[in-house]
Every structure is written in C-alpha cells, then in structure tokens.
Design a protein around this ligand. Structure first.
Ligand code: PLP
Length: 218
C-alpha cells in the first residue's frame, strides 16, 4: 500500500521519459513483488549474492530488467554479466577491460555506464574527469561493451546549487565525450532519493531510487 502510494507520488513528479529504477538492496522479495504489481519493471541491486538469491525467487517474473549498481570485484564480474541487463557501476579502466574480455568470450554485448565522480570523493569509486578523457581511446576500443552513458553518485552534504551544478557538469561531460570520441553517451544515470528532482532538472534519463519507494534500509 505505501509502496504504491510512494510510487504514485514519484511518478507524478517526473516526466514519463525518465526511467525509474527501483533499488531493492536489503529489501525483501515481497517488496519487489509489490513494486512489480504496481507496474515497475526496472530493479537494481548492489550485491551479487543477495541479488542472485532474489532473482531465483523471481524466476517467473521474466520481464524484469535487472540493473547492477554496486562496486564490482573482478571475480564477481562474470556472474554479474550473466544475470544483469545493465551495469551502472563500471568504475575503472581495468574493470571495463575485464568486462570487455568476458563479454567477448560469452558472445554478449552488455549495456554499461561509466561511473564518474566530478567532485573529489574518497568514499566513491569512479573516474575523475581528467582520467576519463585520458582513458577514452582505450574505452573506444572495447567493442564488446555498449557504453551507453555516465553514472554518478554525489557526495553527501552538498547544497542544492552544488547538486545542480555537478549534475550539469556530468551531462556536459557526456556531451563532450560524444563530440570528441566514437562513444555515444545518450544516457545519464543520476539521481537518488535525496536528489532525484534536481537530477531530472538537469537531464537525468535514469533515476535510482530506494528509500523514497521502500522506506529506510536497516
Ligand atoms: C543504494 C543506492 C541507491 C539508492 O539510494 P536511496 O538513497 O535509497 O534512493 C542508488 N544508487 C546506488 C549506486 C546505490 O548504492
């Protein structure tokens, strides 16, 4: 009941072109089913073990699109490629190269985001702008990955102005990369429970929401 109410409210605030991804880490399969019954088809998890257990329980929900949003250890990469449709958290060149190799071996072309941090943030993974532009030639050569856009997680404690500015810079970075390389970055995965309205103002195409849909996590 509350999940449906929360979703009603969120969907009334955002354009229908923005894809709402329900982040279900630490939430139950029952909660996922409730959001599914409401009509949500995009779900995100950040831990492989937890996600695979839930996916097993949800096998007959074949039209769920699964998104992976957590940091990826190399030894988990294969499982993630096999069980997720989108990977938002490609956060280093080394990981991108590893995923590309695995994708080639498995004859698949996973859709991925490059995770960036345009403000320095020691607690977050991802490319800073300068490194990203340095790595572009190599990224362009990873032909087995469909690099669709940029993903970002803002540091805690920013003002509204700083959030807007950083989302804007993320969008500008995607545009610049698209102009200056062979990559076509059309998607922007940005916006979480406390900043999604600002992210949408700045052109986010996918918002990743947990708390505002399902309540606080333990
Ligand atoms: C947990 C998480 C979210 C959702 O966070 P909320 O603040 O609960 O909306 C979004 N993106 C990533 C990468 C996360 O780890």
């Amino acid at each position: 009941m509350t999940i449906a109410k929360n979703l009603d409210k969120i969907l009334s605030q955002i354009p229908s072109s923005v894809r709402l991804i329900a982040v279900t880490k630490k939430k139950s399969v029952a909660a996922i089913k409730e959001a599914y019954d409401y009509g949500i088809r995009d779900f995100a998890e950040s831990r492989v073990q937890e996600a695979l257990l839930k996916q097993e329980d949800l096998q007959e929900y074949e039209d769920i699109c699964w998104h992976f949003i957590g940091h990826i250890q190399t030894n988990k990469a294969k499982k993630i490629l096999e069980n997720f449709h989108w990977i938002h958290s490609v956060d280093s060149l080394k990981l991108a190269e590893h995923l590309d190799k695995l994708a080639m071996k498995n004859s698949i072309s996973p859709r991925v985001f490059l995770q960036v941090k345009l403000l320095p943030d020691p607690n977050k993974y991802g490319w800073e702008a300068v490194e990203l532009f340095q790595d572009l030639p190599t990224l362009e050569s990873l032909k087995n990955l469909k690099i669709e856009g940029l993903m970002t997680i803002l540091p805690l404690g920013l003002s509204e102005y700083e959030c807007l500015d950083t989302f804007d810079k993320t969008k500008e970075t995607a545009i610049r990369i698209t102009q200056e390389s062979s990559l076509r970055l059309k998607e922007l995965s940005m916006g979480m429970s406390n900043d999604y309205l600002l992210a949408v103002q700045k052109g986010s195409t996918m918002i990743r929401l947990g708390t505002v849909i399902f309540g606080e996590r333990d």
